[in-house]
Design a protein around this ligand. Structure first.
Ligand code: NAD
Length: 344
């Protein structure tokens, strides 16, 4: 079945989604919608058979349209998403799902009441390196996950409408929750606004997961390095996902420590805990583009009725964590307890 789709938002990110929809054998891209007619003119040559409009209503009123993909600014996600769902369209919303957990919850409930697929663009949940890392965690190859940390750093692009936590951190929070299959119970964050007043461009965040794992995220638009790296330290092996690498996206270090010998018989406690340094390996990963995989997954879920991997509930859990971190950010770093491990 070919899914008929309309896309909203042709700014920085939307055209990437539109290109993947156009190329997919499983989609028929019918509409491209943006308030800016200049953007219509810019993109019309690349999409000669697609109708352009400034009116979301045109998509909502098209009875032949199965699904709507929303790549508009985050403050519009809730309103546009609700309109799409109310019109009976399966809906993909870029990350984060909404600006508040209450708004995200409303989207989830509307999708469930209408029996429609709701998916959020947590892109890294479709990255082959992240999927391999998750397999290694689930199969026990890494051992017990002791802790994890990630860096998402760059110089610019300075945003005015959302801080580094909501713009960048959403990727790390979603990825860590996906990898660990767990939800934080306590979060904290500190940040500063060096470029635009009131918009934190540098954020250090912490999470304590229900299962005990601790995680740290460092986010910045004001850094000399371009870094997108996530490290998971297990009791058996350690894994590093480096998205700036072309061929070595995932590196596995057979490193750690082991308790060897009998403490009674050894000379000191230091000898008893032995450092272990084994092979360093680089698994071969499929060369699939995560964005293509994400788009295909959405189309497949619409066609088959399957629940998306990054469904509305996943989106809601991530927004709950971001909201908790934002509260901590506003309270000088005081940790926030998250009530329910956000199961909704
Ligand atoms: N997955 C990723 O890696 C990634 C990367 C960048 C951005 N994003 C996400 O994509 C979304 C869009 O970000 P962006 O950087 O492209 O923003 P942008 O501001 O560059 O583009 C948004 C576009 O939406 C249009 N728009 C706004 N309201 C509209 C409405 N009511 N109807 C029709 N069009 C409307 C605007 O005219 C604009 O062209 C955000 O949710 C952002 O978080 C995701």
């Amino acid at each position: 079945m070919s899914v008929s789709v309309g896309l909203v938002g042709l700014g920085y990110w939307g055209p990437n989604l539109a290109r993947n929809l156009l190329r997919s054998p499983n989609a028929e891209l019918r509409w491209l919608c943006d308030l800016s007619t200049e953007l219509h003119d810019k993109h019309r040559p690349g999409f000669p058979d697609v109708r352009f409009t400034t009116q979301l209503e045109d998509l909502l009123a098209d009875d032949t349209l199965d699904a709507i993909v929303i790549a508009s600014p985050v403050p519009t996600h809730h309103r546009l998403g609700m309109l799409a769902l109310e019109a009976g369209k399966h809906t993909f919303i870029e990350k984060p799902l909404a600006l508040t957990a209450a708004d995200a919850q409303e989207l989830v409930e509307k999708a469930e009441a209408q029996d429609l697929r709701l998916m959020v663009g947590h892109l890294l949940e479709y990255h082959p390196a992240v999927l391999r890392m998750r397999d290694m965690i689930e199969s026990g190859e890494l051992g017990d996950v002791l802790y994890a940390y990630s860096h998402r750093l760059n110089l610019g692009q300075f945003r005015r409408d959302e801080n580094a936590l909501w713009s960048l951190g959403v990727h790390d929070v979603a990825t860590l929750m996906f990898l660990l299959g767990d939800t934080p119970v306590e979060v904290g964050a500190r940040g500063e606004s060096y470029v635009h007043d009131g918009v934190e461009d540098v954020v250090f965040g912490d999470m304590k997961f229900a299962g005990g794992t601790m995680a740290h995220i460092h986010l910045s638009w004001l850094d000399p390095h371009k870094v997108r790296r996530l490290t998971v330290v297990g009791s058996q092996q350690m894994a590093v996902f480096d998205d700036m690498e072309t061929e070595r996206k995932l590196t596995i270090y057979d490193k750690g420590f082991s308790r060897s010998g009998n403490p009674e018989g050894s000379g000191s406690w230091g000898e008893y805990v032995a450092k272990r340094e084994g092979d360093i390996s680089i698994p071969h990963l499929p060369a699939d583009e995560p964005l293509r995989l994400e788009v295909e997954h959405f189309l497949d879920c619409v066609a088959t009725g399957a629940t998306p991997r990054s469904d509305g509930r996943d989106g809601l859990r991530v927004v709950q964590v971001l909201e908790g971190m934002q509260r901590s950010l506003e309270n000088g770093g005081t940790p926030t307890q998250l009530e329910t491990p956000a199961g909704v």
